[in-house]
Design a protein around this ligand. Structure first.
Ligand code: PLP
Length: 370
């Protein structure tokens, strides 16, 4: 049996007639830039995120970068972010000329709030909690701390479409600004690059609409220097087809996570992912186990591959040990929890179409490979 890491083909095969119809509609209207479908998507996605405003942009990285720009973050400012995240979270900080200040993670792989409190300083302007793997960061504590210290909060919600806190509040509405990615393999994926910012604040929404479109909402009138970072009409039209399926896809991921949890309980040495007490709905963007005693992870992945199972590592290196951030001067040992997590993690296949038989195969392959 072959179990891919993600199976985009299965999802797109099922939706093909509707996707082709949506694409044909765009080709008929030729409203390729900021067309009808973009506004329709923004309304639909705002509702899904529980936020009053959504501004479609070209990618998740741009969503983060433009959100920082909308808050006037630039040179001289510090922006706090976890050391264990995808590089884009921190790249966005660099792109606006601010200085990244990295923070270690807790046992759920989420921003450690005590470490955050210790890292805040006079130049801190924004903190970016990442809802890593599909589970919200400890937003109530983070928001309270940020409010007390006069720091803005920007959610990196790129992996958390539809995730909620215990009381039902949704990722995308837990701070003034939230950035989403619709990279194809995300829980809601475009057929190419796409992203969005959701916000509670009408003024920020307007600023974002300016920034994504050369500083302009009225053609040839430019209020601020801006970017060309619009959500393509074609991508919006394709995602309008997918949007309604997201809740069922998230449920299917949760069902697969339940099977993994049940079956992995019988595999010694493998720790299933933990669900934090503040989490309502975990949307399982990734299913990441920890294997503390692991000596040779590359060999383990190879043995899984031989049994038809594709696994991954998210992410193999914490940000401070990446060459791109060597200039921060933080060597090994700076963030022990993140560094240990990076050594011990293995991401098992996770996608909505995953079957019970596939999960059984993955777990028995893992047991054999160990
Ligand atoms: C995917 C991702 C991004 C970047 O999104 P792109 O659309 O690929 O630019 C940012 N942050 C996190 C946590 C992500 O997983």
């Amino acid at each position: 049996m072959n179990v891919p890491f993600v199976d985009l083909v299965a999802q797109h095969r099922a939706l093909e007639p509707e996707l082709l119809e949506a694409a044909r509609g765009v080709l008929t209207r030729c409203d390729f830039i900021l067309g009808d479908a973009v506004q329709r998507f923004e309304r639909g996605f705002a509702e899904l995120a529980g936020a009053p405003h959504c501004v479609g942009v070209a990618s998740g990285t741009d969503a983060l970068m433009l959100a920082l720009r909308a808050l006037d973050v630039g040179p001289g400012d510090e922006v706090l972010a976890p050391a264990n995240t995808f590089i884009a979270t921190v790249a966005a900080i660099s792109l606006v000329g601010a200085r990244p200040v990295l923070v270690d993670c807790d046992e759920h792989h989420l921003l450690d709030v005590d470490a955050l409190a210790a890292a805040l300083g006079p130049r801190s302007k924004v903190v970016i909690p990442v809802h890593l793997y599909g589970q919200p960061a400890d937003m109530d504590r983070i928001s309270a701390l940020a409010a007390a210290r006069g720091v803005h909060v920007l959610e990196d919600s790129a992996q958390a479409h539809g995730a909620t806190l215990e009381d039902g509040r949704r990722c995308g509405s837990l701070a003034r600004l939230a950035a989403f990615s619709f990279y194809p393999s995300k829980n809601l994926g475009a057929c190419g690059d796409a992203g969005a910012v959701t916000t509670l604040d009408e003024g920020l929404a307007r600023r974002l609409r300016l920034l994504r479109n050369w500083g302009s909402v009225v053609k040839y009138e430019h209020e601020v220097p801006g970017y060309n970072s619009r959500l393509d009409t074609l991508q919006a039209a394709l995602m309008n087809v997918k949007l309604g399926h997201l809740p069922a896809w998230n449920e299917a991921r949760a069902r697969a996570a339940g099977w993994y949890g049940e079956l992995l309980a019988g595999v010694p040495g493998v720790e299933a992912p933990t669900v934090a007490p503040w989490t309502g709905r975990h949307v399982w963007h990734l299913y990441v186990v920890r294997i503390p005693g692991l000596k040779d992870r590359a060999a383990l992945l190879e043995r899984l591959k031989q049994r038809g199972v594709s696994a991954g590592i998210h992410y193999p290196h914490p940000i401070h040990l990446q060459k791109a951030y060597a200039h921060l001067g933080l060597g090994a040992g700076a963030f022990p929890a993140s560094e240990r997590a990076c050594r011990e993690i293995v991401s098992l296949p996770m996608f909505p179409e995953l079957t019970r038989a596939q999960v059984e195969h993955v777990v028995s392959a893992l047991r054999a490979a160990l």
